[in-house]
Design a protein around this ligand. Structure first.
Ligand code: NAP
Length: 484
């Protein structure tokens, strides 16, 4: 089956921070891939905007390098690269001053969709929104795309929402969480709400527990000072893990429409119970024989910031009362993997006797690497010698059924940018969702501060602190092994 490409309307996309790391690694290569896929109309224009002085040809060289480095095999097609670069131009602009704004205005064409991607530090979001308004670029056809982090607590998120709301209506604001752009995340909704098989079992009666893991092998890299002020809770849990939790736990929306989906997600966040301190494990990666530890990486020998977090939480509603959700994320772990695991309860009675062992259906939804899903089902072990049971994964990756095109997954950023141009907000966070997530997160962080909570050291290349394993063991459960 060949995946269908539906061209979007013509647009001007302005990337504030067009010379930055995110633009270079994700946004520009993603747009190039959409161009190659035939999704971009001939009149589409991409305007890089940052303070660095350069002309259009200088920026095209920058974009060409980004494509060659990050766009994969498609970048070898010189004609495609040339065709894409013809749509690219540059404006030197200062978000905090007047330089460049009139030039930008002259480049943005009337009667087209205008998207402004704020790929800059959050401290500049307000300045850019204000200047877009002052220069008449905040009209009804304008959309703004806002990168994470969206605030650092409830107060700052509210303030940011209020600042953006001065000049843009909620339907024009696209708060990006690239996890929502992943193919498997959308497949999760298709599997849940497009089949009769799963939904009747999707509740506390049949589900024993759910695990959500986002594990990284890397440390804080060059983001030391940012990360040390955030930690795993603010950097990963409040946004990415919370979004995954919402999609796995929400009620079926009446329609697959932006506000219907986001209303249901919001209800999940609002139904989260406060988390008991003994249901939280914080960790910090220790130094090893040949690698510095977290405190050396962030150059803060007294840092109490967590690079690992595991927690057990409950959702107070009819569907999930009594079913625990275990969330875990961390850096410098043994594998890079993101997955959601739904562990169903044991069959109520085993007709095969005690020797048959314990067998459970497990649905594993893998976001990276190798996006896909497997469902463990129990079958008879082949061969003579009586009835022995074995769990076998039923691969629901769909590549076999849908053909090789299905494997060429569209990257999250490119899918989300095309959604912005189409005006579809389903996969973007609404302002009240972000605020609700902070309202749940803030008291937990405040508790750590009040107790001067010290994260537990853990070995690099492992599975996190021992206490995280105990969090599960105490409940007679265990984490699924981290596998890349
Ligand atoms: P970055 O590499 O530091 O780039 C910042 C960009 O902003 C540069 O293009 C810079 O260019 C421009 N800039 C700085 N001050 C400016 C001003 N006064 N006026 C206009 N442009 C200005 O940052 P980044 O890593 O690309 O991150 C951008 C945003 O994405 C941040 O909010 C970050 O939190 C978020 N984000 C990044 C990643 C990632 O992987 N990089 C992932 C998730 C979220 P000039 O210096 O030339 O002006």
């Amino acid at each position: 089956m060949v995946s269908r490409v539906i061209p979007v309307d013509s647009f001007d996309l302005v990337i504030f921070g067009g010379t930055g790391d995110l633009a270079r690694r994700k946004i520009l290569p993603g747009l190039f891939r959409r161009f190659c896929a035939g999704q971009m109309p001939p009149e589409a224009q991409i305007v890089g905007a940052a303070r660095s002085e350069m002309d259009d040809s200088g920026y095209r060289e920058f974009v060409a390098e980004a494509i060659h480095e990050f766009a994969g095999p498609l970048s070898e097609d010189a004609a495609q690269v040339e065709g894409f670069l013809e749509r690219v131009c540059y404006v030197a602009i200062d978000a905090k001053g007047e330089a460049g704004w009139e030039e930008l205005k002259s480049k943005v064409r009337e009667d087209l969709v205008h998207a402004f991607y704020f790929s800059v530090a959050p401290s500049l979001f307000g300045d850019i929104a204000e200047r877009l308004h002052l220069h008449g670029l905040a009209g009804d056809e304008s959309r703004i795309v806002v990168e994470k982090p969206f605030g650092k607590d409830l107060d700052s998120a509210r303030e940011l929402n209020a600042t953006l709301a001065k000049h843009f209506d909620e339907h024009q604001i696209y708060r990006i969480d690239h996890y929502l752009g992943k193919e498997t995340v959308q497949n999760l909704m298709a599997v849940r709400f497009g089949n009769v098989l799963f939904e009747p079992l999707w509740n506390a009666q049949y589900v024993d527990h759910i695990q959500i893991t986002v594990a990284e092998t890397v440390g804080v890299g060059g983001r030391g000072s940012y990360y040390d002020a955030s930690g795993a809770m603010r950097d990963m849990v409040q946004n990415h893990l919370m979004q995954l939790l919402c999609l796995i736990a929400m009620e079926p929306p009446a329609k697959f429409e932006p506000d219907a989906v986001r209303d249901e997600k919001l209800k999940v966040i609002r139904a989260l119970e406060p988390v008991e301190p003994y249901h939280i494990v914080r960790g910090q990666y220790d130094k090893s024989k040949d690698a510095p530890g977290y405190r050396q990486d962030v150059e803060n020998p007294r840092s109490f910031t967590e690079s690992f977090l595991a927690l057990k939480l409950h959702i107070s509603n009819w569907r999930w009362a009594g079913t625990p959700f275990y969330l875990r994320t961390g850096k410098k772990l043994k594998a890079r993997t993101s997955e959601i695991v739904v562990v169903f309860k044991d069959a109520p009675h085993s007709i095969f006797g005690a020797d048959a062992g314990r067998h459970r259906n497990v649905l594993a939804i893998r976001l990276q690497p190798n996006e896909g899903m497997t469902l463990d089902v129990t079958i008879k072990e082949p061969g003579p010698g009586g009835m022995r049971l074995v769990d076998v994964p039923l691969d629901m990756t769909f590549a076999d059924a849908l053909g090789p095109e299905a494997e060429q997954a569209t990257e999250a950023y490119e899918r989300l940018i095309m959604d912005v141009i189409r005006g579809n907000q389903t996969l973007f966070m609404r302002g009240d969702e972000v605020e609700a997530a902070w309202a749940w997160t803030d008291p937990i962080i405040a508790g750590w501060t009040a107790r001067s909570d010290v994260p537990k050291p853990y070995d690099q290349g492992g599975s996190g602190p021992e206490d995280s394993l105990m969090l599960m063991h105490r409940d007679g459960r265990r984490w699924r092994e981290l596998k890349g």
